[in-house]
Design a protein around this ligand. Structure first.
Ligand SMILES: NC(=O)C1=CN([C@@H]2O[C@H](COP(=O)(O)OP(=O)(O)OC[C@H]3O[C@@H](n4cnc5c(N)ncnc54)[C@H](O)[C@@H]3O)[C@@H](O)[C@H]2O)C=CC1
Ligand SMILES: O=C(O)[C@@H]1CCC=N1
Length: 272
């Protein structure tokens, strides 16, 4: 993104991941600014990425083509309302907040080109995935800018309907935590079976990595890969039958429904 100037409002985990991805792609430090109320966090992000980090949000957005809203959903209204008078009409706003709709952002900021998106924490390793939705004010050039921003840290997938952001949040936004939970549970179970904890952890982690890479790189789907591990009347079948007897698929659906519902609920609670 050679000539695009980007300002991040909030320099926490997700902003730092995005900034790291942009810098790794060769975006110049002086093309990126950020704002952050905590002095310690300002110093950390400035030192790590070589960018200027301001205490004042309005100062950070001066001259920016793209403004990334990376604060928690609960403070978004106050942040936007305070920022609104400092915006110039055609700056592209990219919000990464869970459960904050374009309608709310338009209400707080005025009508602006807006991209609402949902990234995830593997962005830190440039292995993230994001769903993006653009409102009608976003130009083709701004769509490209938003896509380049999110592509710097992983895959970026456009959505035709804003509502689908709730589903993206449930699948991939929160998704890393589900895999971490499985890693925690498998490590603990391996330890219960007598393995030293460190060995159980290594076996689990390398298996997760190997399985994910196989699923990504193979030309057959996950169901077929699973079938190939599962010998008739063997050990895998014994484990899979146990998962399924406990309602595994139904539980996963219920969990993702809960996440999507919470995203919609946040929009209700924090909106307008
Ligand atoms: N953590 C995750 O897995 C994901 C988070 N998100 C969204 O990203 C957003 C940020 O989340 P995180 O980076 O995890 O949180 P975080 O708490 O690490 O970062 C938020 C930052 O905003 C700063 N901040 C607070 N008040 C501010 C203000 N008035 N002006 C400017 N900055 C202010 C905080 O000091 C903090 O550094 C949230 O809206 C969340 O919904 C989206 C996808 C995944
Ligand atoms: O838990 C959350 O609300 C945020 C959004 C997706 C991941 N973390």
């Amino acid at each position: 993104m050679p000539s695009t100037r980007i300002a991040f409002i909030g320099a926490g985990n997700m902003a730092a991941s995005l900034i790291g991805g942009l810098r790794a792609q060769g975006v110049a430090a002086d093309a990126i600014r950020a704002s952050e109320p905590y002095a310690e966090q300002r110093a950390k992000v400035a030192a790590e990425h070589g960018i200027e980090v301001f205490a004042d949000n309005a100062e950070a957005i001066q001259g920016a083509d793209v403004i990334v809203l990376a604060v928690k959903p609960q403070v978004m209204k106050a942040v936007c309302q305070a920022l609104a008078p400092s915006l110039s009409g055609n700056q592209l706003i990219v919000s990464i907040a869970a459960g904050i709709t374009c309608a709310s952002l338009e209400q707080w900021l005025g009508v602006q080109p807006l991209v609402r998106c949902m990234p995830n924490t593997p962005a830190l390793l440039r292995q993230g995935v994001s769903g993006l939705y653009a409102n009608a004010q976003v130009s083709a050039a701004q769509r490209t800018q938003a896509e380049q921003l999110l592509s710097a840290v992983g895959l970026a997938l456009w959505l035709e309907q804003e509502q689908l952001i709730d589903a993206v949040t449930a699948v991939s936004g929160s998704g890393p935590a589900y895999f971490f939970l499985l890693i925690e549970a498998m490590t603990a179970a391996g330890e219960q079976l007598g393995l030293p904890r460190a060995t159980a952890a290594q076996l689990t982690l390398q298996t997760a990595l190997g399985a994910a890479r196989m699923a990504v790189e193979s030309d057959v789907d996950a169901a077929e890969l699973r079938r190939r591990v599962t010998s008739p009347a063997g050990t895998t079948e014994a484990a899979i039958k146990t998962f399924q007897a406990g309602g595994f698929e139904k539980l996963v659906q219920q969990a993702l429904d809960a996440a999507a519902n919470r995203s919609a609920e946040l929009a209700e609670q924090l909106g307008q």
